[in-house]
Ligand binder design. Structure first.
Ligand SMILES: O=C(O)CCC(=O)C(=O)O
Ligand SMILES: [Fe+2]
Length: 332
């Protein structure tokens, strides 16, 4: 028996990968209710890339945890994949599992994510595409004329209306427009938004509307949350792609279940290690709604098209964005 190390004491959460020592395959799933040992609480499991992943909680030293899990079967080999101060969501996701149905409130509470398929008609998408394209082109014309010193695409900048999101990705606040407002205040996702933010049915939800666009050649972003995760939520965001997304145009990748605890900030790459990501590959008309605290990252654009995604951040009246835009107007 390996003695617990001097640092043992405070419980941490682990994802441990278990393989079969003989042929490297994934062992059969554990019985989470009975396989736990004294110092180890088994919380969840999934299989990713031929490895059985087990999420557990323990205050034992790492080598003790490994030994305890290896002892469950004489043929198992265990390795710590992730260690964090809070629950580590390891569930695997498909589009079908995230579709909004009559249990959408519960789903959103658990995952911080929901998809509303075919929620906006194609005609409205064309109108929004044109409107966003005109404003993007105008903004870049002004940028080139009035702010010649900025090396657009190579350096960070933040105006009141336009900010860079790293490299060839930008975010432009759209001018107020009655048509956009009507779509954004009446879509099928609105009852859930109002319920989450505690806003009365007959009241408009405060909403910040912008278009996030990645130019051809834009690289993948780092994992981040747009706002600090919190429970209850103070803001939820919808993404409405204005072109069909695929592997070439890129999309946004999410880590469902990360919206409530700020202890996971900085742990984004663990989502890939655990196979716990959801690729938001949406068609025009689909809406993806996410809690503002959910970890995600924009994937690179390898197509020849600009990838514009309309973004509406619905928020409680007291919230104000202080992070994403600057104070000086692009147009002054
Ligand atoms: O480009 C994307 O798909 C997402 C961009 C994003 O998450 C951001 O700029 O905060
Ligand atoms: Fe983001």
């Amino acid at each position: 028996m390996i003695p617990p190390s001097a640092s043992a004491g405070r419980a941490a959460y682990y994802v441990v990968g278990i393989t079969n020592k003989v042929d490297g395959s994934a062992p059969p799933p554990l019985d989470l209710s009975t396989d736990a040992t004294a110092g180890l609480e088994l919380l969840a499991q999934s299989t990713h890339d031929g490895v059985l992943l087990v999420e557990c909680r323990s205050s034992d030293a790492e080598q003790v945890i490994i030994k305890e899990l290896e002892d469950l079967s004489a043929r198992s080999e265990a390795e710590v994949y992730v260690c964090a101060p809070c629950r580590i969501p390891i569930a695997t996701w498909t589009r079908n599992r995230l579709l909004a149905d009559d249990r959408v409130a519960q789903l959103f509470n658990e995952t911080g994510l929901s998809i509303f398929p075919d929620a906006v008609n194609k005609e409205d998408i064309s109108i929004l595409f044109k409107l966003a394209t005109d404003q993007i082109e105008h903004a870049h014309q002004v940028l080139a004329e009035k702010h010649k010193h900025i090396r657009v695409g190579h350096e960070q900048f933040a105006f009141k209306e336009l900010g860079s999101r790293g490299g060839l990705r930008f975010d432009l606040i759209l001018e107020h427009d009655a048509k956009i407002n009507c779509i954004l205040q009446s879509g099928p996702w609105i009852p859930l938004v109002k319920r989450l933010l505690n806003i009365a049915d007959d009241t408009e939800v405060p909403c910040l509307v912008s278009v996030v666009y990645s130019l051809p050649g834009a690289e993948s972003q780092s994992w981040h949350a747009d706002g600090v995760p919190a429970d209850p939520s103070y803001a939820v965001c919808i993404f409405m792609p204005l072109i069909d997304l695929d592997g070439d145009t890129g999309y946004t990748q999410f880590w469902p279940g990360t919206h409530k605890s700020k202890a996971l900030l900085g742990f984004g790459p663990a989502a890939e290690v655990c196979g716990a990501t959801f690729d938001g590959i949406l068609a025009t008309g689909d809406i993806l709604m996410y809690d503002y605290g959910t970890l995600h990252r924009g994937i690179g654009n390898n197509s020849a098209l600009r990838r514009p995604v309309l973004q509406a951040v619905y928020h409680v009246p007291s919230w104000k964005d202080t992070k994403n835009y600057g104070n000086i107007s692009l147009f002054d």
